[in-house]
Write a protein that binds this ligand. Structure first.
Ligand SMILES: C[S@@+](CC[C@H](N)C(=O)[O-])C[C@H]1O[C@@H](n2cnc3c(N)ncnc32)[C@H](O)[C@@H]1O
Length: 253
């Protein structure tokens, strides 16, 4: 039996990227590509708002390279490295042949094999909620780059607190249910000041991806419409009701 994310993170994420069926691997690849489009758009927006044009970028916890691939298109002048706990994920990422991606390596999940200040920007995208103790990993990102972009799902809300939803989050390795204040606390303790932030209730294609019947597709469309409208009208209240993705670009003090 595969260990849980807290028992043995490396084994858990190795298994997560080694799905038996080719069809299921392709489906999850398409799912990650949808997520990567939103995440790359968030990164581009926050860097633009903060007046940063990063040329050396590292993604820590780069998974199968979906986000690196989207970022490589968004930032044609940048060069990238990616480090990952899961060796099978790194292999998938290497197989993509992403332009201007140089080092793509599995590492121990603790010490990023790069010098202090090696990068303009370090990205921790949907990683901190998977790490038993997120503070040292965030400090490590701040060691290798002056600017750090953190994106996480904010799961400390009414909808995500339901037992069925918690069970789904735990099954995919989420060890923390953050709210915005918790992320701000983490960045402050890593001596990082927020330069720009955003939240996103996610596009329709995200909510509809796993809807397989006509009824499920109608429900997904309804859910997306209600969430998007609530988030537009009351973004901070929305965070207490349902999960949004929160991204913050922070700079070393
Ligand atoms: C939800 S995926 C996110 C992948 C990618 N960053 C993205 O946003 O598409 C979480 C990733 O974090 C990785 N991970 C977990 N603990 C880690 C650690 N300590 N250091 C680096 N990566 C880690 C997992 O192997 C997994 O690939």
């Amino acid at each position: 039996m595969t260990p849980t994310a807290s028992q043995d993170p490396a084994a858990f994420y190795a298994a997560g990227y080694s799905l038996d069926s080719v069809e299921e691997s392709h489906r999850m690849g398409r799912w990650r590509a949808i997520g990567a489009r939103s995440k790359a758009a968030h990164a581009a927006e926050l860097c633009s708002r903060a007046g940063i044009s990063p040329l050396r970028v590292v993604e820590i916890g780069c998974g199968d390279g979906a986000l690196l691939s989207a970022l490589s298109e968004a930032w044609p002048a940048a060069r990238f490295d990616g480090f990952e706990l899961s060796a099978p994920a790194t292999e998938i990422a290497r197989g993509r042949g992403i332009p201007r991606v140089e080092r793509l390596e599995a590492y121990d999940g603790t010490r990023v094999p790069a010098e202090d200040g090696a990068y303009d920007l370090a990205i921790l995208s949907h990683v901190l909620e998977h790490v038993p103790d997120p503070e040292p990993l965030l400090a490590e990102a701040a060691r290798v780059a002056r600017h750090v972009l953190v994106e996480v799902p904010l799961e400390n809300n009414r909808s995500a607190a339901r037992p069925a939803k918690r069970a789904i989050s735990e099954a995919i390795g989420h060890l923390h249910a953050f709210d915005r204040a918790a992320v701000r606390g983490l960045t402050a303790r890593a001596r990082l000041s927020p330069a720009a932030e955003l939240s996103d209730p996610l596009p329709h294609e995200h909510h509809a991806f796993f809807a397989e019947s006509a009824l499920a597709r109608v429900a997904a469309a309804g859910k997306w419409a209600v969430r998007a409208a609530t988030h537009r009208a009351h973004p901070h209240s929305a965070e207490r009701l349902f999960t949004v993705h929160y991204a913050v670009l922070a700079t070393s003090k």
